[in-house]
Design a protein around this ligand. Structure first.
Ligand code: 6PG
Length: 257
């Protein structure tokens, strides 16, 4: 299977980016629910997605079928769910606590577990059960939301980390040397098995690294290695993040508003 070409979409502001991301989120949800009655989404962490989560929970986007959406996380910090660093906590405060999603549809990483590897293995088992996977099979999330750090990392797959080479596990505890912490993260096989991966990248501090990821095939940066083998890859960018991109990348016919 050849990897689909990335769909590069550049919008003017971060607000436009959240609006476009919400439209894509609902479109993916409706498509999945029409096909098999539910929508599985892996949320990203960090700060960028908070604007999307807030918009989705605002009530201004009609007909979101919350009861048919199943939430997972593509990565989590090794902290309790009420910790300011927790990706679950951010998503819960910005969205999940404000909408009619059944509690049993929310699958957070139990990152309060002292042993990060145990937390990763437990989450892996949760995913295996939910998707009824046979040994060696990978889950196919309908949508995986991702962000990108200024070093080119995505999820918690950081440059130089051992997790970059993981080819069989679904979820691992990945040691992040620069922060001297473990993080629990999806591996590339899971991300690249998704039906759709959507990166949300905004702000001028991402411009240089984004040029490397999207226009320098030799960069080998973690975000560049996310290429769904049989799915869509969308890079949703605001203009500030896209300033270092050259014409050939941004002339992609799929480019929207
Ligand atoms: C995390 C994320 C991480 C994030 C990038 C971008 O747990 O931090 O999963 O991969 O997406 O670091 O973060 P910002 O959106 O805050 O720039």
């Amino acid at each position: 299977m050849i990897n689909a070409q990335p769909e590069i979409r550049i919008v003017n502001t971060a607000t436009d980016l959240f609006q476009a991301a919400a439209v894509e989120f609902v479109a993916c949800a409706n498509q999945a629910i029409a096909a098999w009655g539910k929508f599985t989404v892996a949320l990203s962490g960090g700060s960028t997605p908070e604007g999307l989560f807030t918009l989705l929970a605002s009530g201004s986007i009609p007909n979101i079928p919350w009861d048919k959406i199943f939430f997972f996380w593509s990565d989590e910090r090794h902290v309790p769910p009420d910790d300011p660093e927790s990706n679950y906590r951010m998503a819960n405060e910005a969205m999940l606590s404000k909408v009619a999603v059944p509690a049993e549809n929310v699958f957070r990483v139990r990152a309060e577990e002292k042993d990060a590897d145990a937390a990763a293995r437990e989450y892996e088992q949760t995913i295996r059960m939910f998707f009824a996977l046979r040994p060696g099979e990978f889950p196919r999330f309908d949508l995986a939301l991702l962000g990108m750090g200024p070093d080119g990392h995505t999820a918690s797959l950081f440059p130089g980390s051992t997790g970059l080479e993981e080819a069989s596990r679904l979820v691992i505890a990945n040691w992040v040397e620069k922060f001297k912490i473990y993080r629990i993260t999806f591996t590339y096989p899971v991300l690249n098995h998704s039906a759709c991966v959507m990166f949300l990248v905004c702000g001028p501090d991402k411009a240089t690294i984004l040029h490397e990821v999207l226009e320098n095939p030799q960069s080998g940066l973690p975000s560049q290695r996310v290429r769904p083998t049989d799915g869509r890859l969308i890079w949703l960018l605001d203009r500030a993040a896209a300033t270092a991109l050259t014409q050939q990348v941004t002339s992609n016919p799929v480019r929207a508003s």
